[in-house]
Design a protein around this ligand. Structure first.
Ligand code: PMP
Length: 358
């Protein structure tokens, strides 16, 4: 039986989008493919609220995280981490020989503007990374306040992981001044996994020219160079199936549901899940910073999440256990992409019924 997914990706994909994935292939150098890629890039830019160039990558989001930190850091990067996916930036830098400092907050707490100010004021860094929405702790960072303090350091490039939030909550990339903003398809956008998108500022791409070893497949400058030479074309064969699916899904997001309605629906489901979590357990992150796409809950009652999920599975639902260090201490309910508030109500009711039987 297919289970309704309340996990933080992959997500359930609308039938129309699954159908679009199956569209017959065309040559990736044809006029039709170029037009498809142009359309998709323009729609992605609208969701990102940016005028910066859009780069599409046939990798999951980690590919663009690796590519951006490697191809844009000439001096040293500082990674502000609030959980496992923040730490991932530092690991990706290290294994690519990119000098990096890792600054970790206590899990469940945000990256504060003060800590960003403290580190950037040293003048040691040319790049900093922020996780917009940390999936492992269910925390959304205060990026508006971070953007304010960053104005003091306009030359330091800002790379942001918006993998699990873009499309589910407003992220005005240009207003914030983010140089590279990254997302994957399998989260709030609502597509199958295996593809990612980023916006990259011209100045970041210019700055990267001084980095000698930028890698190959994931070199952001190389992708951009190709796009400039042959508009909307890529150096290697991209996943056209994802392009077809994005074309259909982004139309739905932008024109049928509308971005504002989509954000409001995510917020409504997040608020409902938080209220439920507080009634029965405790929220893991500081509430002010709780995520709008995934709720991370402290397992204060010591229930077996495995047994809960097994029983939910019999009814056709699935939630998520904790991630990494938090595997035993927390569990997560994701409410992203095209999940509806009524479906969430049914899930919460089922959990209420199951918990006393565990
Ligand atoms: N960052 C965050 C916040 C994530 O949630 C994930 C995926 N769970 C990633 C990065 C990695 O993305 P991907 O799996 O698309 O490589």
């Amino acid at each position: 039986m297919h289970k309704k997914l309340f996990i933080p990706g992959p997500v359930d994909v609308r039938p129309e989008v699954l159908e679009a994935m199956g569209t017959p292939m065309i040559g990736h150098r044809t006029k039709d493919a170029t037009e498809l890629q142009k359309r998709v890039s323009e729609k992605v830019a609208k969701v990102f609220m940016t005028k910066n160039p859009i780069l599409l990558s046939t990798t999951s989001g980690t590919g663009l995280m690796e590519g951006s930190i490697r191809s844009l850091t000439a001096k040293k990067a500082v990674v502000f981490s609030v959980g496992a996916f923040g730490d991932r930036w530092a690991k990706l830098a290290e294994c690519n020989n990119v000098p990096v400092d890792l600054v970790r907050a206590e899990w469940g707490h945000p990256t504060t503007p003060e800590i960003v100010d403290e580190y950037l004021s040293t003048g040691k860094y040319d790049v900093f990374t922020i996780t917009h929405n940390e999936t492992s702790t269910g925390l959304m960072n205060p990026v508006k306040a971070i953007a304010e303090v960053r104005k003091k350091y306009p030359d330091v490039l800002w790379l942001m992981d918006a993998v699990s939030s873009m499309g589910g909550t407003p992220i005005p990339v240009d207003e914030l001044g983010v140089d590279v903003c990254i997302t994957s398809t399998q989260k709030a956008i609502g597509l199958p996994p295996g593809f990612s998108m980023c916006s990259a500022s011209e100045r970041a791409l210019e700055y990267g020219k001084q980095v000698k070893y930028r890698g190959g497949y994931l070199d952001l400058l190389d992708l951009y160079k190709y796009i400039l030479k042959k508009p909307y074309q890529y150096p290697s064969t991209p996943s056209l199936s994802h392009m077809y699916a994005l074309d259909v899904q982004l139309d739905y997001i932008l024109n049928e549901e509308g971005l504002e309605n989509r954000f409001a629906r995510h917020l409504k489901m997040a608020e409902r899940t938080r209220a439920w979590a507080k009634e029965h357990f405790e929220l893991f992150p500081v509430e002010e910073y709780a995520s709008n796409t995934v709720t991370c809950i402290k397992n204060t009652r010591g229930i077996s999440v495995k047994d809960l999920n097994a029983k939910l599975g019999e009814k056709g639902y699935q939630i998520s256990n904790g991630y990494g260090d938090l595997k035993e201490k927390t569990f997560r309910i994701a409410h992203m992409a095209d999940r509806q508030p009524e479906e969430l109500e049914t899930l919460l009711k089922l959990i209420d019924e199951i918990i006393p039987t565990l």
